[in-house]
Design a protein around this ligand. Structure first.
Ligand SMILES: O[C@H]1[C@H](O)[C@@H](O)[C@H](O)[C@@H](O)[C@H]1O
Length: 559
């Protein structure tokens, strides 16, 4: 065992007077090092967290509280379809035109796209929790604004504010959870945030269905989003920042306290705290060496020029450093495919499709899509850490392809009106079988999506090293929202130009390309410490290496 250095007494260290990270790294008390069982792992730069048997109450409370943002994300994106059909002449004293509807719908995704990279920078400067709090303020403001507005322009503005909130929350919440979780449970805890998103969509569809017949009921629908945001704001005031951010900002003593609460379950908690602290600090030191930087901690307190410089450095590091660039490629690829596979066209337009093929209650039928999405995300929750991110995707994407091809075939046999996509007239189906096949195939597709594509891309933050984690996650989140906007805008025209058969076949083709790309470049990261993923991507995509290590870890855990 290497000799410990006792030159820094951590317990008496105060945050403001924190030493440069390089010396903190060595400053662990003798006894902690003497008792740490994972010497071998540590020498190899890894931390063995297998003694942590469950996430513990502290982590669950943090995850659920942070997950409320997911609920708002799902609710605010899901509620719009029923809002649009119940607004009537309440806005600008006229019926909504098609342009109004498109602007109201796409404003959210577009502002989410703009907000995510900006708040990515903020999360590095001011902390992950600060960004969640900021998003809550926007959620409340946007919800109340929409509920009180009397004009179409006002509604677009309200949807834009909500979009900025959704964009910020969608990248920072998985990041927050991921930086707090012990590695054996990181995958499933991040899936909790997707569970909240899908639950939010179910609630939105149900509330939309309940309120849509009431006079001005839509004002309640959009206004209700303020409540969970206000509750989350208050709860979050009592919750901590992530230890990784705290270490990076030079607040090591606070980080130690948070880690102490994270690892107090299981044996050897204190030893693990020390090991994780050392590992994070070592990572920061290595990254700064590699980038030719030696920044002192406490970045949040330096002047604005230094901050701008730091942001520029981060962007450069993200693109120039090979491992970071590969992480960015994988994260953007997954986020892009999550949207380009066409799922949200069902989320936004399933009622239109079901009406087109002749279902009597299209809104109720589309609720089945949202419920399937939620239920199968539970499957992901159960399996993601056991069978791994890569394998769950490689198994579930073919289910999506089967669903989409079946759907295309069923449309082939339906007798739709000439201008089917634009038309609001429903088909009087001579035969009830094909609409039912469409429903079943869509449910199959959504089930496959929810098990893999719907949640794995949100594991993105684990791909990036700490120095570019926030920025990298934010850029890939922007890819998600960019592709989301694209799908929202192109779906109906595609139904017109390519027919439903061509549209669903095209989405199937996108899924096939996604499968091949995942198979080629996505390594298995399940169970790896956050600080160890970088090693995998340093000289290539590390797929084979990652699979070998994953199988070793599984055997070690008796899975
Ligand atoms: O992970 C979520 C989830 O799958 C939602 O159901 C979907 O609407 C979102 O676009 C996606 O990001």
């Amino acid at each position: 065992m290497p000799a410990p250095h006792e030159d820094v007494e951590l317990d008496s260290m105060n945050d403001a007077a924190a030493e440069p990270l390089i010396s903190n790294r060595r400053g662990f008390p003798n006894d902690a090092r003497d008792h740490y069982d994972g010497d071998e792992e540590e020498r190899r730069g890894q931390v063995d967290e297998s003694a942590v048997l469950s996430p513990g109450l502290f982590i669950w409370s943090l995850t659920i509280c942070a997950g409320i943002s997911g609920l708002l994300f799902g609710y605010d994106t899901g509620v719009i379809s029923s809002t649009l059909i119940s607004v009537d002449t309440d806005l600008s004293s006229r019926l909504l035109t098609t342009v109004d509807k498109s602007l109201i719908t796409s404003a959210t995704a577009f502002f989410a796209l703009l907000a995510s990279p900006l708040t990515g920078v903020l999360a590095d400067q001011y902390g992950r929790k600060t960004v969640i709090l900021f998003a809550d303020v926007l959620f409340v403001l946007g919800a109340l604004w929409q509920a009180w507005t009397t004009s179409v322009g006002g509604m677009i503005a309200g949807r834009s504010i909500v979009g900025a909130a959704v964009g910020s929350a969608s990248f920072v919440v998985p990041l927050y959870i991921s930086e707090l979780s012990p590695s054996p449970f990181r995958g499933r805890l991040v899936v909790v945030s997707t569970l909240f998103i899908t639950a939010g969509q179910v609630v939105a569809y149900s509330i939309g269905w309940l309120f849509s017949e009431r006079m001005h009921g839509w004002r309640w629908m959009v206004g209700l989003g303020a409540l969970p945001a206000a509750i989350q704001f208050v709860m979050l005031l009592f919750l901590p920042e992530t230890p990784r951010y705290l270490i990076k900002a030079g607040r090591t003593q606070q980080a130690r306290m948070v880690l102490g609460r994270v690892y107090k379950t299981g044996e050897g908690g204190q030893e693990l705290v020390n090991a994780v602290l050392r590992r994070v600090e070592k990572e920061i030191e290595e990254e700064e060496d590699a980038a030719g930087l030696r920044a002192t901690p406490g970045i949040a307190k330096s002047g604005w020029r230094a901050k701008v410089g730091r942001v520029q450095d981060n962007f450069a590091q993200l693109v120039v450093v090979g491992g970071n660039r590969r992480a960015l490629n994988i994260a953007c690829m997954l986020q892009g495919f999550q949207q380009l596979c066409g799922f949200n066209s069902l989320m936004y337009f399933s009622a239109t499709i079901f009406r087109l093929v002749g279902f009597e209650s299209p809104t109720l039928t589309s609720l089945s899509i949202a419920i399937t999405n939620f239920l199968f995300t539970l499957v992901a929750f159960h399996y993601i850490d056991r069978i791994g991110r890569r394998r769950i995707l490689l198994w579930s994407v073919p289910i999506m392809v089967i669903g989409l091809i079946l759907c295309a075939i069923a449309f082939r046999f339906l007798d739709l009106p000439e201008d089917e996509a634009a038309s609001t007239t429903s088909v009087v189906a001579s035969n009830k079988t094909w609409p039912l096949v469409i429903l079943i195939s869509m449910i199959t597709y959504v089930a496959g999506y929810a098990i893999g594509m719907g949640n794995v891309p949100w594991q993105q933050s684990e791909l990036f090293p700490l120095s570019v984690r926030s920025l990298g996650s934010a850029v890939s989140t922007a890819t998600n929202w960019g592709s989301n906007t694209f799908i929202g805008i192109t779906f109906l025209p595609m139904m017109n130009v390519f027919t439903p058969v061509g549209t669903f076949a095209l989405y199937a083709g996108v899924c096939v390309v996604a499968w091949i790309t995942i198979w080629r470049i996505y390594p298995e990261t399940a169970g790896l410490g956050l600080e160890d993923v970088g090693g995998l991507l340093r000289d290539g995509y590390g797929v084979e290496d990652s699979l070998r290590k994953f199988n070793e870890r599984r055997r070690g855990r008796g899975l």
